[in-house]
Design a protein around this ligand. Structure first.
Ligand SMILES: [Cu+2]
Length: 162
């Protein structure tokens, strides 16, 4: 625990310090709350976020199932999700599908310094772990899915409580 807290403090200083300067430092690092922000498209779990894809592919979405902690919080988060068609039926991605994820804080202009890991679980669901939201506020988590269907993205906005 002590080790993790030390890393966290370093990440905050490095990330936010680089993105702002002068007077704006204090404002940028003050948590003002983001509950109800209209950008948030995954306010709670379970929830759905549409996939952007080539027009030739049927509409699909990521259906987020569980979150640990149960709501997005500053710190480490683990979520599970699956692929669904627009009608809610389960979709199975082709063998060899890879998913990369990246977390970014748009209001401060900085990423998380930790790259999350997305992996297929034995039960056919997907898990994102090491999703390290450095601080409270709006976070954009971009999922990039690559397989024989092509490349698609799902852009998730959450409000992480501090
Ligand atoms: Cu920040």
């Amino acid at each position: 625990m002590r080790f993790r807290r030390a890393i966290w403090a370093t990440v905050m200083l490095a990330a936010c310090g680089a993105a702002s300067s002068g007077e704006s430092d204090a404002a940028a690092e003050t948590y003002v709350g983001c509950t109800g922000d209209p950008r948030v498209n995954l306010p709670s779990f379970p929830g759905d976020v549409a996939l952007d894809a080539a027009a030739s592919l049927p509409a699909a979405r990521l259906h987020f199932l569980t979150a640990n902690p149960s709501v997005p919080l500053a710190g480490e988060n683990t979520w599970t999700f699956e692929f669904q068609a627009a009608d809610g039926s389960l979709l199975t991605e082709p063998a060899g599908t890879t998913i990369q994820a990246a977390a970014f804080m748009p209001d401060h202009g900085h990423p998380s310094s930790v790259t999350p890991t997305v992996s297929l679980q034995a039960d056919g669901k997907w898990q994102i772990e090491n999703l390290f939201l450095t601080m409270g506020g709006i976070w954009r988590v971009t999922f990039t899915i690559s397989n024989t269907d092509g490349k698609r993205t799902a852009v998730v906005y959450v409000c992480a409580a501090s």
